[in-house]
Design a protein around this ligand. Structure first.
Ligand code: MIC
Ligand code: SF4
Length: 655
């Protein structure tokens, strides 16, 4: 189908008038399956893909099993940024595997030490008007330069690299209309926390947030990227800014003006909803433990003792952010009883800070300079002390994610983090000079390997496979009836960090049988053994959950490892977008309660009869489940494609 026809189709079905918003313009040019007005989901073509090491090994193992000779999309980049400093051979083996896969299949390989995937992709590859699919939930960072950038499970990235479409719910589009200008000491983190305070971390599935209005022009690209990055915490499909003069300047300064295309909403473009934010009225904010949606003002926390301050992560590690911190710390020392760590987003950022003297300021102020990687954000190091208050500029403060269950983690802006580092108390920043957008970024792509074979690959090249690289398990077709057991019952807002912990366990990502030992470790360390025992006695494992099950990361291991342990169904009050898609990709039926009160009637260990489950999936998705306290109804709304995957036992089994 030609691009023009596709655009017309979108006009005809979705729009009563011609003007289009930014989301419609980009999606219309990439639509390959479905009609957004008629169908619950549509398929879009993916131009660019990214993976990171923790999700990448699985994605590439799955890509390999598809039997394609080389990547078919415009650009595929494999970053190493998550597992960079752990002890043991596993991570090093993973890196060798990833590098060899990249060379063989025509993927660009970003070595450990180059930086964090989202910051690097924004700097060097992201292109306005294109689509990007990444095996990391913060891929929407690319929305900061007008890309439709979406996070997904590794197997979806594998399909996109093989040239297949990616499916999203037909979007509802909300305009976040910005007006005014941020006050001194207030920055992009406070903007996204304002949006999170309004819309929360659940109930936004299927939405895309488009930033519009005169306030957009007052925000530089790194600030826009902070906002779209942490839009992931809303649970939306993605967030996007227009591509305008500010975008052009950023790309020109990166030596990439040829990648610029202007994409702004047409006059009179319409939205499904509009929310107005007056930037001038925003005050410094923090997300209190243990949810990014638990927003409080910094003023309300004034004087609270702070033990640790960690600055960096893909949300706030740009030159703009770290230079701002250096300006605040210049000529001062951080409080004696506060530990301060700084992790820059990329080598480019480090080089700039070294050149302008900021690095020396930070060292002199008593900060610990950490590697340009995810590090503290994923609990790979720098875990706070018992009961410590840790102020962090990253995007998630789920309980235990820092590596210390009792720690109280608050998410704040770099300005609040720096001001608090000086006093040792929760402190709002009185203001500092704005960091001007650099006219020319120093460009050094030396740590991006295999650029010369990108898109083509090297036929016959050997793949290096250490003992930590295990085969990917395949699911079984869905049986007619299930004799099941509630292997666990969990509450509301269970995140993928609860289901499949990262931190010290991250190094087992490439080895499903090994990693599966830690499924639900924070909730029930015996889950793995119970599941295997149930399996041995011929019972199928079922997970019972509350609202917003599977929040957070895109890690498909949160579905893949349960599948390996014999889980065939989740019954929850509601399920988040990426996790729901991952469940389907691994043949696990994502049921929700028809009446959420039935949740209260179930206990862990209950025997459950899912008679006619296959017929229900083939039909309208409604099923009567028999439990010890009587029958109750569950339902699942599946597209034709999703139904097929579940019946086959998942995507790999369907090929
Ligand atoms: C995260 O921030 O939780 C992660 C670690 O980057 C995950 C990906 C993963 O689990 O590897 C994400 O955001 O998708
Ligand atoms: Fe890495 Fe943290 Fe960003 Fe995830 S949120 S990609 S762990 S920096």
């Amino acid at each position: 189908m030609s691009e023009a026809i596709v655009v017309e189709k979108w006009y005809n079905t979705r729009m009563s008038t011609k003007p289009m918003n930014v989301v419609e313009k980009i999606l219309a040019a990439h639509l390959v399956e479905g009609d957004p007005a008629r169908d619950a989901e549509v398929g879009i073509h993916i131009d660019q893909t990214l993976t990171q090491d923790a999700t990448g090994t699985m994605a590439y193992l799955q890509f390999e099993s598809m039997g394609v000779s080389h990547v078919r999309n415009d650009l595929a980049v494999s970053y190493v940024d998550h597992n960079t400093v752990q002890i043991g051979f596993e991570n090093a083996d993973d890196h060798d595997f990833l590098a060899s896969v990249a060379r063989k299949y025509g993927i660009i390989y970003s070595k450990a030490g180059n930086g964090i995937c989202h910051q690097l992709h924004l700097e060097r590859f992201g292109k306005p008007g294109t689509t990007l699919l990444g095996s990391d939930s913060h891929t929407p960072t690319g929305g900061g330069i007008g890309q439709i950038a979406i996070g997904a499970g590794g197997i979806d990235i594998a399909v996109a690299m093989a040239g297949g479409a990616f499916h999203i719910p037909s979007p509802k589009i909300r305009a976040i209309r910005l007006k005014g200008r941020l006050r001194k000491g207030v920055s992009a983190k406070d903007v996204i926390l304002t949006v999170l305070a309004k819309f929360g971390t659940k109930g936004n599935v299927g939405w895309i947030f488009e930033y519009t209005g005169p306030g957009v022009a007052t925000l530089d690209v790194p600030s826009r990227a902070t906002i779209t990055n942490m839009g992931a915490e809303l649970g939306v499909t993605t967030s996007v800014f227009p591509s305008d003069a500010v975008t052009r300047q950023f790309l020109a300064a990166q030596g990439r003006v040829k990648d610029f295309t202007e994409i702004v909403a047409d006059r009179g473009a319409s939205y499904d909803d509009v929310f107005e934010v007056d930037l001038a009225k925003i005050e410094p904010l923090a997300a209190a433990p243990h949810s990014p949606g638990n927003v409080v003002t910094v003023a309300s926390m004034k004087g609270t003792k702070v033990n640790q301050v960690m600055i960096g992560s893909c949300t706030n590690s740009s030159y703009r952010d770290i230079r701002t911190v250096a300006q605040i710390l210049k000529g001062k020392r951080v409080a004696d009883d506060v530990e301060v760590g700084i992790a820059c987003g990329s080598r480019q950022v480090v080089n700039m800070l070294a050149a302008d003297g900021s690095l020396a300021i930070l060292v002199k102020a008593g900060c610990r300079i950490l590697e340009n990687a995810c590090g503290f954000c994923i609990g790979a190091h720098m875990s706070p002390a018992t009961n410590a208050v840790s102020l962090r500029t990253n995007n998630r403060n789920f309980e235990g994610r820092s590596g210390t269950k009792s720690a109280q983690v608050y998410l704040v802006s770099p300005e609040t983090a720096a001001a608090s580092a000086l006093t040792g108390l929760f402190t709002a920043c009185a203001g500092t000079k704005a960091v001007p957008a650099p006219k020319r970024f120093p460009i050094d792509d030396a740590m991006f390997l295999y650029r010369e074979t990108a898109g083509k690959g090297v036929r016959g090249a050997k793949i290096i496979r250490g003992p930590n690289i295990a085969a990917v398990p395949k699911g079984e077709p869905l049986a007619a009836n299930i004799r099941g057991v509630a292997a666990i019952k969990v509450g509301d807002r269970i995140t993928t960090d609860h289901i499949m912990p990262a931190g010290a366990r991250l190094k087992f990502r490439s080895n499903v049988p090994q990693y599966a030992k830690f499924v639900f470790e924070p909730c029930d360390p015996k889950f793995h053994d119970k599941c295997l025992a149930n399996k041995d006695s011929g019972l199928v494992n079922v997970i019972i959950a509350g609202e917003s099950y599977g929040q957070g990361s895109s890690r498909e291991h949160a579905a893949l490892c349960p599948m390996y342990l014999g889980v065939k169904a989740v019954i929850a009050k509601s399920i988040e977008r990426i996790h729901r898609a991952n469940l389907i990709n691994f043949g696990i039926v994502p049921f929700t309660f028809a009446d959420p009160r039935d949740y209260d009637k179930l206990e862990a260990g209950d025997k459950l009869e899912l008679n006619g489950v296959r017929a229900a999936v083939e039909g309208d998705g409604t099923l009567q489940v028999k439990g010890p306290k009587g029958a109750f109804t569950v339902k699942t709304a599946l597209s034709e494609r999703e139904r097929h995957l579940i019946l086959c036992g998942g995507l790999l089994a369907s090929l």
